[in-house]
Design a protein. Structure first.
Length: 41
């Protein structure tokens, strides 16, 4: 295992986690807005 792997693998995992978190948070905000809009009816 080279030194590059020690930096590359956690870096890729961190980037994937951040992308997943941001997409998930966006989906939750959209769902909450939709549910709030539907509850007003």
């Amino acid at each position: 295992m080279t030194f590059e792997h020690i930096l590359y693998i956690p870096g890729v995992l961190l980037i994937g986690t951040l992308i997943g978190y941001s997409l998930g948070a966006k989906a939750v905000r959209e769902e909450m807005a939709r549910a709030k809009k539907q509850a007003k009816r």
